[in-house]
Design a protein around this ligand. Structure first.
Ligand code: F0G
Length: 347
């Protein structure tokens, strides 16, 4: 359990309840066929979809909800593109407090919305986007009344998410040359950089990786350098125009000698299919952004093809069944006989 394993790097005091749904300790798997397809000879995937609610959000949420309980909160509240709400709803349910989630209307993948409802969260659909929802959440939190914000502007979320970097360092015996991940509100890139920095300071790694952030072309404010009023992308998880952790994401990029790039929706959909068909890991569209980005960056020489690269697969594929439904193929009907099946297979 994450809070116990990483007690020394987390804000855990004697009165902090230790919560767990089994988050963290996710697989780090080599992906040689996928690597070959994008020109990378030493590619690894950190499979964060293996967390209890199917995304990396659980790492920070377990800490944020535990701290909310410690402070006597009666409710947690968040704005979300889906995964934060699924995670907040689950941890609040387990902790016995209320979860309120503000979601951009019509833009939440079906699996994520179902998760929030299933766990009993109060779901509010905002006639606006994620950035509008986060503004309102900030106001709700500022009003007090035992309501704790569990977006990544809550520092406990970042502390919890930084544990993924420690796991990678432990599994590989040091940091990789580069870490690639999708960037939306920019909390996770900030958390990883902090984790790698702390691991290096503690002597667990001789170096820190280049941080490679990838945004969707229609929602790439960190690439263009200015907020975007109406972000759009098929990768709804990262459909964000005004990232809350803007400065720390830029700092992670610059201090690491890394970069933040963007990819088109077509590139994202192609890479989502390659990750499952060549790597065996089924991910939601946002996770395809770093793979699509790496292909471009390796081709243009901005990332070394022989570098050891870890790409973070932040969320599970079944979160967004509608976008994945294009991958459903022809069903081969057959008589219930060996001959029938052979004939359907063309064998
Ligand atoms: N990947 C997935 C699957 C996500 O759900 C998110 C963010 C990101 C990447 C980007 O991480 O925001 O730290 O840069 N999802 C948030 C949510 C915004 O509400 O679930 P980030």
């Amino acid at each position: 359990m994450l809070m116990e394993r990483f007690r020394s790097v987390l804000p855990i005091g004697p009165r902090t309840p230790i919560l767990t749904l089994g988050e963290g300790a996710t697989p780090l798997v080599r992906a040689p066929r996928l690597g070959a397809a994008i020109g990378a000879s030493d590619l690894w995937l950190k499979v964060e979809g293996a967390n209890p609610t199917g995304s990396f959000k659980d790492r920070g949420m377990v800490v944020a909800v535990a701290k909310a309980v410690e402070s006597g909160a009666r409710a947690v509240v968040c704005a979300s593109t889906g995964n934060t709400s699924a995670s907040a709803a689950a941890y609040a349910a387990a902790a016995g407090i209320e979860a309120v989630v503000l979601l951009p209307a019509g833009k939440i993948a079906a699996g994520k919305l179902l998760q929030a409802f299933a766990a009993g969260a109060k779901v509010v659909s905002i006639r606006g986007n994620f950035d509008d929802a986060l503004e309102i959440v900030r106001e709700l939190g500022a009003a007090g009344g035992g309501v704790e914000i569990v977006n990544s502007i809550n520092p406990h979320r970042i502390a919890g998410q930084a544990t993924a970097a420690h796991e990678i360092v432990a599994d590989l015996g040091g940091a990789p040359d580069a870490l690639a991940l999708p960037v939306g509100n920019a909390g996770n890139i900030s958390a990883y950089w902090r984790g790698f920095t702390d691991a290096a300071a503690a002597g667990a790694s001789a170096k820190r990786p280049r941080m490679i952030g990838v945004q969707a072309a229609g929602a790439a404010p960190l690439v263009s350098g200015a907020p975007i009023a109406n972000p759009e992308t098929v990768a709804t998880a990262i459909r964000i125009g005004k990232p809350a952790s803007w400065e720390s994401a830029i700092a992670a990029r610059d201090e690491s000698g890394g970069l933040i790039d963007s990819v088109t929706d077509a590139e994202i959909l192609r890479a989502q299919e390659e990750i499952i068909r060549l790597g065996g890991i089924f991910v939601e569209p946002a996770c395809a952004a770093p793979i699509a980005g790496l292909r471009n960056l390796i081709a243009s020489g901005r990332v070394d093809r022989s570098a050891r690269i870890v790409a973070v697969m932040t969320g599970f594929g079944l979160k967004d069944p509608d976008t994945a439904s294009r991958l459903i193929g022809e069903i081969r009907e057959a008589d219930a006989t060996l001959a029938g099946v052979r004939s359907a297979l063309g064998w």
